[in-house]
Write a protein that binds this ligand. Sequence first.
Ligand SMILES: C[S@@+](CC[C@H](N)C(=O)[O-])C[C@H]1O[C@@H](n2cnc3c(N)ncnc32)[C@H](O)[C@@H]1O
Length: 255
Amino acid sequence: MMDHSAVKKIYNNVKHVEGWLEKEAMLILNILNNVQAKNKINGNCFEIGVHHGKSSIFFSKLLNKNEQLDICDIFENQSANVSKSGHGNKTLFEKNFNTHGNNNLRNVHHCLSSNIAIDSLTKEYRLFHVDGGHHANEALEDLEIAKKMLVDGGLIIVDDPFREDWPGVTEAIVEFLNKNKEFTPIFCGFNKLIITQRTYSNLFLDVLRDEKVRKNNKFNKLFTKEEKLFCEDKMLVFKFKTMNWKRKLKYHLTH
Ligand SMILES: C[S@@+](CC[C@H](N)C(=O)[O-])C[C@H]1O[C@@H](n2cnc3c(N)ncnc32)[C@H](O)[C@@H]1O
């Protein structure tokens, strides 16, 4: 289990790796990862859409010794990147992952996520990052894979959930949540939406609502925490408080 400062170290080590994982998203994922560890929710991690490996490196650090990371990307086959989300590159991915990741990369599915041989996958993932194709049909298909392969108490992490650049992702999430009522959103912030099985949601929500946990992770002063309704369920939304540039700069220099 990692604390706030270990996460900050990883963030600084991979700062130069091109990608889209914010430090605050890393902190939230680490908090939820620790909840899984405390509750003996074990399993591997799957990531669809790796680009140059920034988020893969972070997920590899969240895994315990006997847990592994599987990934999927089209890499250089960018003519298949119909939504134009990111730009995978296997050479850069391998270079970055081999330098900064843990030694736990297992299967590399070098293909469209729609071409993953689903029969070769099993229900073994406790973390499933959906960050591949950003059109509605692509993201929805990936969410459906995540649903089938997630262990009890697992987390589906969706990137770009509410961005004007990627309306297809929002469309997919809404359709997924309306169709799969056994799943519920628990957290939104820092460009991630996190979904889990309804029966496990309070396990995670109770920790995120805990003032002490948020204080230990430096989320108390500069972020607002609100509960918002989305697809008929309550989720926690964290966002930066409105602050002047001096305070923002101070935060970025000191955290
Ligand atoms: C937004 S980037 C991933 C960013 C990465 N997760 C990070 O945080 O640094 C999206 C990636 O998905 C890949 N991709 C796009 N469409 C895909 C698809 N349908 N199946 C598999 N990979 C896809 C792209 O090549 C690109 O590397």
